[in-house]
Design a protein around this ligand. Structure first.
Ligand code: FMN
Length: 212
């Protein structure tokens, strides 16, 4: 199991050229969507939306706002991670309704937890930059997606080389409580992608891991 994990993490690389003929099966894609949904978040608030852009015309519009990177149009599935801009009372109402419904608990029993979240995210220092906090949360989902995909031998390319304001406009996120954070192209590497052969550049463990 550990061998397989490390093998797949070494197999994974940021794909520069996808095979535009190879599509992810619906079964595999369903599992990857689950990996997004099952991603943990601070307080369990899930301050994100995963916009899966499958419409070729929309992808074409995104390309010039993605440093013209070909992955946007050539990959099988293109995911835009959008992060919430606020954690307001309406959102907390929604969240606590879900807790109560799913766990079958009375709302009163969660009042203390709600107060704790509010004192941190609505009143505390973190409240000054909720959008940034939510973006950080969304990167956890990005990591989860890439690792889970690698375990299924599915390729990815995480993409920060995009222009979030233009993405927001094209995807209609402007009118919502969400804004583009980062994107990820998912699919299968082209046999012509020479980056697949490049050696991984990673610092020595002593530089990165400090055990105290
Ligand atoms: C958040 C993030 C954003 C990235 N953005 C891009 C990008 O826009 N285009 C690209 O080709 N690679 C992008 N990369 C890939 C990195 O350059 C790559 O992961 C890094 O060089 C390590 O190489 P490896 O992933 O192939 O092991 C990004 C990586 C991360 C984690």
């Amino acid at each position: 199991m550990t061998n397989q994990l490390i093998e797949q993490l070494k197999w994974r690389y940021a794909v520069k050229k996808f095979d535009n003929q190879k599509k992810i099966s619906s079964q595999d894609w369903k599992a990857l969507e689950e990996s997004l949904i099952l991603t943990p978040s601070s307080y369990g608030l899930q301050p994100w939306k995963f916009v899966v852009v499958q419409e070729p015309k929309v992808r074409k519009l995104l390309t010039p706002h993605s440093w013209n990177q070909t992955q946007v149009e050539d990959c099988s599935h293109f995911v835009v991670f959008a992060a919430r801009t606020s954690v307001n009372d309406a959102y907390l109402d929604f969240y606590f309704d879900e807790i109560s419904r799913i766990r079958g608990v009375a709302k009163e029993s969660t009042a203390g937890y709600r107060k704790m979240i509010a004192s941190d995210l609505q009143q505390g220092p973190r409240s000054k930059n909720i959008a940034e906090w939510a973006v950080r949360q969304s990167y956890i989902a990005l990591g989860n997606l890439m690792t889970c995909a690698a375990l299924l031998k599915i390729d990815t390319c995480p993409m920060e080389g995009i222009s979030p304001p233009q993405y927001d406009e094209i995807l209609g996120l402007n009118k919502t409580d969400y804004r583009t954070a980062v994107a990820c192209a998912v699919g299968y590497r082209s046999s012509e992608d020479k980056y697949a052969l490049a050696k991984k550049v990673r610092f020595e463990p002593e530089k990165l891991i400090q055990t105290i």
